[in-house]
Design a protein around this ligand. Structure first.
Ligand code: KIV
Ligand code: ZN
Length: 388
């Protein structure tokens, strides 16, 4: 039996805060519906105290979305928590996410307080949020750089105050997988009441390790991953939803974890987020990049034509992409040219494969990628040349 990992999506909060233009309520609602259809368990959709527009979008989404729990962010301050609760109260059930920094650099340089002050603020904030809902999440901002004794104290006190989810963010994407996994393991070893809360992780991608850190955290006991579609978010972004979901799905038999994400919705949701947020997806991006299912080398193309799983560990169809792509380049072999001609509706007797392949290679050497219309033009040109 696989264990469930909760997918907490923060595309509309951490993702949106990194965009150059903020989204309208309608745009946010469109993304929220797509995330609901994708199967996210929880969606964090804004920071209501920050602006009237953010308040309105949280309220609208909380009213409309029924199959994912809606959550809003607040600092560890009563006025923030009041705003979050006010925006969310239209929903049948909701989550309030409150946070405060716990690392020494943040506590001293940003908050200009002592760790004990911050501990007291955290406890008060969690208790206050519990007046509105029993689903309270508490985050130790910059947990990745927090002295472990302080982190253990904070987690224990936040759970005691009533937080049912404790989030451990690697806010600045600084840790590496064995180190971050070690932090989660230490919490399980040392915090006496840890079993009374779900341990969550929220990793940023400054060193490109957010996905690896999140997966290692799960292997060490975390059961909620915070992530965004296409990995959008502050600076280098957040842990990418499609990547963690497909890792847990593809390797479920070996790893033993599952999520409620419906993989077939991934491509469509990714495109929607990219377009609405005006954030293009890099072509070699795992799972959703334009090249994620395209093959260029002749050896790979030949292998995929014989059996798709020779070079594809997941099928494009399983994540909602119609088909894989075989790029026609000077590395492509005769087999691929013949296959493409068949796809274009030509019989083997309509053209001379050897002749077509020779002219294809000459063109590919000059041009790089050869397209279907080039291939057809070459065929017609050869036919004309061969006329008596
Ligand atoms: O990166 C971070 O620490 C955050 C918190 C507010 C959870 O986004
Ligand atoms: Zn973050």
């Amino acid at each position: 039996m696989s264990e469930q990992v909760i997918i907490f999506d923060t595309t509309l909060r951490d993702g949106e805060q990194a965009l150059s233009a903020s989204l309208t309520v309608k745009e946010k609602l469109k993304i929220a519906f797509a995330l609901e259809r994708l199967g996210v368990d929880i969606m964090e959709v804004g920071f209501p105290i920050s602006s009237p527009g953010d308040f309105e979008s949280v309220q609208t989404i909380a009213r409309e979305v029924k199959n994912s729990r809606v959550c809003a962010l607040s600092r560890a301050l009563p006025k923030d928590i009041d705003a979050a609760a006010e925006a969310l109260k239209v929903a049948d059930a909701f989550r309030i996410h409150t946070f405060i920094s716990t690392s020494t650099i943040h506590v001293e340089s940003k908050l200009k307080r002592t760790f004990d002050d911050v501990l007291e603020m955290a406890v008060n904030a969690v208790k206050y949020a519990r007046n509105f809902t029993d689903d309270v999440e508490f985050s130790c901002e910059d947990a990745g750089r927090t002295p472990i004794d302080n982190l253990c104290r904070m987690v224990e006190q936040a759970i005691k105050a009533g937080a049912s989810t404790i989030n451990i963010p690697d806010t600045v994407g600084y840790t590496y997988p064995s180190e971050f996994g070690g932090i989660i393991k230490t919490l399980f070893d040392r915090v006496p009441n840890i079993d009374q809360a779900v341990i969550s992780v929220h990793c940023h991608d400054d060193l490109g390790m957010s996905v690896a850190n999140s997966i290692t955290a799960v292997e060490n006991g975390a059961r909620q991953i915070e992530c965004t579609m296409n990995g959008i978010g502050e600076r280098a972004g957040n842990c990418s939803l499609e990547e963690v979901a497909m890792i847990l799905h593809t390797r479920q038999a070996k790893m033993g974890y599952k999520t409620n994400i419906n993989p077939i919705e991934i491509a469509r949701t990714s495109q929607l987020v990219s377009q609405i947020c005006n954030m293009p997806i890099q072509s070699n991006k795992a799972i959703v990049g334009a090249n994620a299912f395209s093959h260029s080398s002749g050896i790979h193309q030949d292998g995929v034509l014989k059996a798709q799983n020779t070079y594809e560990i997941i099928t494009p169809e399983s994540v909602g992409i119609l088909t894989n792509k075989l790029n026609l380049t000077s590395r492509s072999g005769r087999h691929v040219i013949q296959h493409r001609m068949q796809e274009l509706g030509y019989r083997d007797t309509d053209y001379d494969l050897e002749e077509l392949y020779t002219s294809f290679l000459a063109l590919a050497d000059k041009k790089g990628q050869v397209f279907d219309y080039d291939l057809e033009a070459l065929m017609f040109f050869n036919q004309i040349e061969n006329q008596p």
